[in-house]
Design a protein around this ligand. Sequence first.
Ligand SMILES: *Cc1c(COP(=O)(O)O)cnc(C)c1O
Length: 240
Amino acid sequence: MGENTNSKAFDYIKENLKIINENIAQASQVAGRDMNDIRLMAVTKNIEAEKINFVLDQGVSLIGENRVQEFVAKYDQIDFNKCKAHFIGHLQTNKVRQIVGRVDMIQSVDSLKIAKEIGKRSLNHSKNTKILLEVNIGGEASKFGFAPEELIEKVYEISEIQGLEISGLMSLVPISENKKELRKYFSDLNRLFIDISSKKIDNVSMEILSMGMSGDYYEAILEGSNLIRVGSSIFAKREN
Ligand SMILES: *Cc1c(COP(=O)(O)O)cnc(C)c1O
């Protein structure tokens, strides 16, 4: 065991990232898009800081966490000179205070109540927090987010809240093996995104369409995603 034990031990992560970047390049090419327009987020839930910092050394510059307690516990060990962090999990009102100021964006705003709390806490920090509105595109009971039918109305309401900037949409689509069905969910999201963007609402800039995870980021890119959130495909050792 030499000095480079850890980097060797994490070689599979390097390999995983290489494959993901190739897939991003391929999907972009098929879609006629510039691959540089697609941001790769490493979803670092359940991942220890040492591995997170390894991924940052490989050039990943955005991480996503979905549990407040875990994120706060790891916070001081993560090299934030190399990355930004977004919060991507369901938030409870009493936890918002611990997240505002520690992240660059909260992607998982799923109620008016949570938006108001983020606004209030941001004003205490004298800075706006960028948020995405989460959309429950499949209408699943197990998922959070606004129904597509209520989204526009919520955008208007939330855009009035001080301390916030609406920067786009985020979604987790239903799990499916059917690529056509997946693409339909993603294209429906893209349509909502374009629709809201065209309304030119004050305090709303539709810059980020966060959709696609390990199992479906290829289809998401084909349908317009510009931020993919990838966890297991980066961090899991593959069986050969
Ligand atoms: C865990 C998680 C992901 C990543 O999921 P993988 O399938 O592991 O890539 C993406 N988005 C959210 C909100 C998550 O909680």
